[in-house]
Every structure is written in C-alpha cells, then in structure tokens.
Design a binder for this molecule. Structure first.
Ligand code: ADP
Length: 165
C-alpha cells in the first residue's frame, strides 16, 4: 500500500526549517503532499496561490512531494479525502509540543485513521519561524540563509527592498 502523508501548515513563508522537515518526510513516505493553509488571523503575507507556486519551485528536487492549497475544511478531513494515512508536523520546542499534542489528540478522535507523525526540528532550525523571517525581511535585511533562494527573492519583492540589502 502506498504510504501517503500530508504536511499542512501556513508556510507564510516556507523556510529552510520547513524544507528540512519535508525532505525528511519524503524519505519516510511514498508520497508527501504539502497543504498550505491561509489563516486570516495570522495576517498572511502571501496568498494561497503565491505560496503554492513558491513552494512547488522550492521542492522541485523532491519528486514525491506535491503542493496543494488547503481548502476551507478540517485538515484531517482533507487528509482523508486525499487518501493520506499520515499527517506530518514539525516540533521545535516544548511550546510546539504542548500545542501540537492538543491538536493531534482532537484529530485522532475525529479521524483515527490518520496518524500524526512528529519530526523533531533540526537544532539548526529550532529558532526559525515564518514570523521571524517576515519581521527580518520587512526591514529589508538579508534572509537568504533562512529560506530557499526563490522565497528570499519573493520576500524582497514584497517588501520592495534590494535582495542583497
Ligand atoms: P502552522 O500555522 O500550521 O503552525 P507553520 O507554517 O508555522 O504553520 O508550520 C507548519 C509546520 O512546520 C508545523 O508543524 C511547524 O511546527 C513546522 N515548522 C515550523 N518551523 C519549523 C522549523 N524551523 N523546523 C522544523 N519544522 C518547522
């Protein structure tokens, strides 16, 4: 049976931490589907379509990874509609664990067929978050060590700065 995993997230923007998690997931599962959600409450910088195109380009080297926009629906319901048996989440900290454990518990009650699998963030990326990247980029500073090259370019276009500033 094909082992299919969904990796849901806001990815606003997709960082090197997300890339590391999805690269590791791609070696564990036959197919990995990145599902980008757009959470209005988190003041999104990129639209769902922009994120999908940017992430697709950033993961072009991973043949078993696809990117889709998450429809307005429960993530586990969407996972089931795709036939995914696993949901991947990254853990950076005890705070991530506390939140993720609650979400995974509810999800396992809603859809026991979908197993949440946690991948511990690489220590290099434990302090890396999309919100921190946005903050740094908004000042026109260089984020090329924090995100894939095409995302750094898109951020500098969004903030109207020089890519090398
Ligand atoms: P969400 O709004 O769903 O938390 P994020 O885009 O912030 O969306 O994160 C998506 C997933 O990626 C989450 O499981 C999160 O823990 C994980 N993640 C975020 N940043 C990193 C990182 N630096 N290293 C590894 N995993 C990460």
């Amino acid at each position: 049976m094909t082992r299919k995993a969904i990796f849901p997230g806001s990815f606003d923007p997709f960082t090197n931490g997300h890339l590391d998690t999805v690269t590791r997931a791609a070696s564990l599962f036959d197919d990995v589907i990145i599902a980008c959600m757009t959470n209005i409450k988190k003041h999104p910088l990129f639209s769902a379509d922009e994120k999908q195109a940017l992430i697709q380009a950033a993961v072009a080297d991973l043949p078993n990874v696809k990117v889709v926009a998450l429809p307005h629906q429960l993530t586990v319901a969407f996972a089931q509609s795709l036939g995914a048996q696993y949901m991947v989440r990254g853990l950076r900290s005890p705070q991530d664990f506390a939140y993720e454990a609650d979400v995974a518990t509810i999800n396992s009650q809603l859809a026991p067929q979908v197993e949440t699998v946690f991948l511990l963030a690489d220590p290099k990326y434990r302090n890396l978050s999309s919100s921190m990247v946005k903050e740094v980029a908004s000042f026109g500073a260089d984020v090329s060590k924090l995100v894939p090259a095409n995302i750094a370019q898109a951020l500098s276009e969004k903030f109207g700065g020089d890519h090398h500033a």
